[in-house]
Design a protein around this ligand. Structure first.
Ligand SMILES: Cc1ncc(COP(=O)(O)O)c(C=O)c1O
Length: 397
């Protein structure tokens, strides 16, 4: 694809294809490269490839054309200057934490509403190496400023929309605040995708994704990706080579293919989510229906400001009656599945108390706003009317 100021929709379809293009015939569908090594035409060339002074492939732990095609597409979509793809979203977050150069004694600032395993990664692993994780409410800008002033964290990490209560953070204000205190910013863009949020354009340093979710979009490939400014290139590639974290070529191919339909899938999933949220709210069956584009959601003004008409593809419900009512609800669903993921073509529900937030005490969950009746619905591509009917019949049963 010739260089041009292409629109996001065009980049989604064409991005990265040139990496695997062959002359004079090139397959319209990109090829998969399972090879673990590459016979380079001359030792002089291999020397340059190994030194990283020219792009190329030598050994698949360092790079692979199928992976590179996916990475190049993501670099374009996130307006990044460098990037790497790895085996999972968790691996991407770990790699980003390495890339910012955390040292023993450094503070690391984490949003309290981050994905639970991201919080555990900081406390269970990085803390062992002397890093001090500090978990705060990023909606409280004054509180964040206070920590920045007092502890000078080397980096902060947050998600723009929280899970499962869908609180929206003022990402631009947080990034500005961080830059005033020379704190590097990592944004997990999994739930927002490049269609809703562009953290690097807003000034963040690194973006990570669990590509397992919306990017792949079909629930059949795990992967992660880290994108960022050029200054992170060496550390990201060092991690990739030495920790052996590279994404597999088959997964890369599936994830790259997923990107081509991300635009239509995600837009439809967001529209379905809004329709489902409005109908479930009007049913009067639930203690709460959370969706950022419902006017009574606490983040509604920020959601409108940042996202316009796309509010994400997750709706969260508070079912009256606590755990037994939720079990009954899940057991009576006929269409909506029960699985611990989002971003699939299928609508899936998750009960945070036994899944994503099982490691928190009931008191900690309540402090976050998660009750024993909270259920997350990750909206898929079925008819929203069918999903609404199924949820209502399961609630009444
Ligand atoms: C927001 C977010 N970030 C990261 C991850 C980790 O991704 P993976 O499961 O691909 O390691 C998840 C997984 O659910 C997630 O929801």
């Amino acid at each position: 694809m010739a260089e041009f100021d292409w629109a996001l929709e065009t980049l989604l379809v064409h991005g990265g294809n040139d990496v695997v293009k062959t002359e004079p015939y090139h397959a319209t569908a990109p090829a998969i490269y399972p090879s673990t090594s590459y016979q380079v035409a001359s030792p002089e060339l291999l020397d340059q490839v190994m030194a990283g002074s020219i792009p190329g492939f030598s050994y698949a732990r360092h790079g692979n054309p199928s992976v590179e095609a996916f990475v190049q597409a993501m670099i374009q979509l996130e307006c990044a200057e460098t990037g790497v793809a790895c085996a999972s979203g968790m691996s991407a977050i770990d790699m980003a934490l390495y890339a910012v150069g955390l040292q023993p004694g450094d503070a690391l600032l984490l949003s309290q509403d981050l994905y639970g395993a991201s919080l555990n990664l900081a406390s269970a692993i990085w803390q062992q190496y002397g890093v001090q994780p500090m978990v705060v409410d990023f909606a409280n800008l004054a509180g964040v400023k206070d920590i920045l002033e007092r502890f000078h964290p080397r980096a902060m990490i947050f998600e723009v929309i929280s899970n499962p209560l869908l609180k929206v953070l003022d990402a631009k204000a947080l990034i500005k605040l961080a830059s005033d205190y020379h704190c590097q910013v990592i944004v997990d863009n999994t739930f927002t995708t490049p269609l809703m949020a562009e953290p690097l354009t807003w000034g963040a340093d690194l973006v990570v994704h669990s590509a397992t979710k919306y990017l792949g979009g079909h629930g059949d490939a795990m992967g992660g990706v880290v994108l960022g400014r050029r200054r992170y290139h060496d550390r990201l590639h060092q991690y990739l080579k030495l920790r052996g974290a590279i994404l597999g070529p088959f997964e890369a191919w599936l994830l790259h293919r997923g990107l081509k339909t991300l635009g239509v899938r995600f837009e439809r999933q967001c529209a379905n989510a809004l329709e489902i949220a409005e109908a479930l709210r009007s049913s009067g069956l639930f203690d709460q229906v959370y969706y950022p584009l419902l006017p009574d959601h606490p983040s509604y003004p920020l959601a409108r400001q940042y996202f316009g008409v796309m509010g994400g593809a997750v709706v969260t419900l508070d079912i009256p009656g606590g755990r037994s009512a939720v079990y009954q609800f899940i057991n009576h669903l006929r269409l909506v599945g029960s699985a611990t993921t989002v971003g699939d073509v299928y609508t899936l529900c998750l009960y945070p108390v036994i899944a994503s937030h099982r490691n928190q005490t009931p008191e900690e969950r309540l402090a976050m706003g998660i009750t024993d009746g909270t259920v997350r619905i990750a909206v898929g591509l079925e008819s929203p009317d069918d999903v609404i009917r199924d949820i209502i019949q399961a609630t009444k049963s």
